[in-house]
Design a protein around this ligand. Structure first.
Ligand code: GDP
Ligand code: ADP
Length: 205
């Protein structure tokens, strides 16, 4: 029998590894059937970021109220700002049998694992630390101090990759997308237990 609920996919990785780039490339593909959960943050919007598309941008007071009202599946503080996953969207979309994709940092991912042990956890890794530094600086969206804080956080995050089901290297964006798609397809095959369905049809247990 097909699983009725959708699959929850969680992707993490250090700042600057290319999570946003890979996620956007993945979602721009026509055959993709994933639903992105837009997070809430107290971080200021970067140039070009759109409310409700990239994030829901909120004040600290508004965010703290969402925590109190249990509106977040998980939340974490990352380099001085709050980030959290609205619970309603995730619950509703999974209940409709659709796959949900979260792009969140590692502390939040570990909280999701406690709430949804059946979720699929993917860690996006850089080809090297030098390349990671190059990418984070090349993006040019943060001051020198913020870049240093993010690099420090990145090293801590890299230590968590063993906690994930899969580590995907982001050497080339297209390749990283293909790997993620392959993992999701394989996970569906595993969960749908096609072999068990055939055994039932054939009357063998
Ligand atoms: N725990 C948690 N982390 C989040 C959420 N949304 C985004 N993040 C993570 O917060 C970190 C900082 O995000 P952001 O400021 O957009 O910077 P960037 O990912 O380095 O471009 C990243 O690791 C995101 O994956 C969320 O809802 N919950
Ligand atoms: N595979 C890749 N090869 C080279 N540069 C990349 C690759 N993936 C992402 N980048 C670049 O690295 C920088 C950080 O990417 P971004 O998606 O903002 O990372 P994150 O969301 O993980 O912080 C951007 O300038 C992006 O264009």
């Amino acid at each position: 029998m097909k699983n009725e609920r959708g699959l929850l996919i969680v992707m993490s990785g250090p700042s600057g590894v290319g999570k946003g780039t890979v996620r956007k490339a993945l979602f721009s593909q026509p055959d993709i059937n994933l639903h992105y959960s837009v997070s809430v943050t107290t971080r200021k919007p970067r140039e070009g970021e759109v409310e409700g598309v990239d994030y829901f941008f909120r004040t600290r007071e508004q965010f703290e109220q969402m925590i109190r009202e249990n509106k977040l599946l998980e939340w974490a503080e990352y380099v001085g700002n709050y980030y959290g996953t609205p619970i309603d969207y995730v619950e509703k979309t999974l209940a409709e049998g659709k796959d949900v994709f979260l792009e969140i940092e590692v502390q939040g991912a570990m909280k999701v694992r406690r709430a949804f042990p059946e979720a699929l956890f993917i860690f996006l890794a850089p080809p090297s630390l030098t390349e990671l530094e190059k990418r984070i600086m090349g993006r040019g969206t943060e001051s020198k101090e913020l870049i240093e804080n993010r690099l420090r956080a990145a090293k801590e995050e890299l230590e968590m990759m063993d906690e994930y089901d899969y580590v995907v290297e982001n050497d080339e964006v297209e390749l990283a997308c293909e790997r993620i798609k392959a993992i999701v397809i394989a996970e569906h095959c595993r969960r749908e237990r096609v072999a068990e369905r055939y055994k039932r049809m054939l009357g063998v247990e």
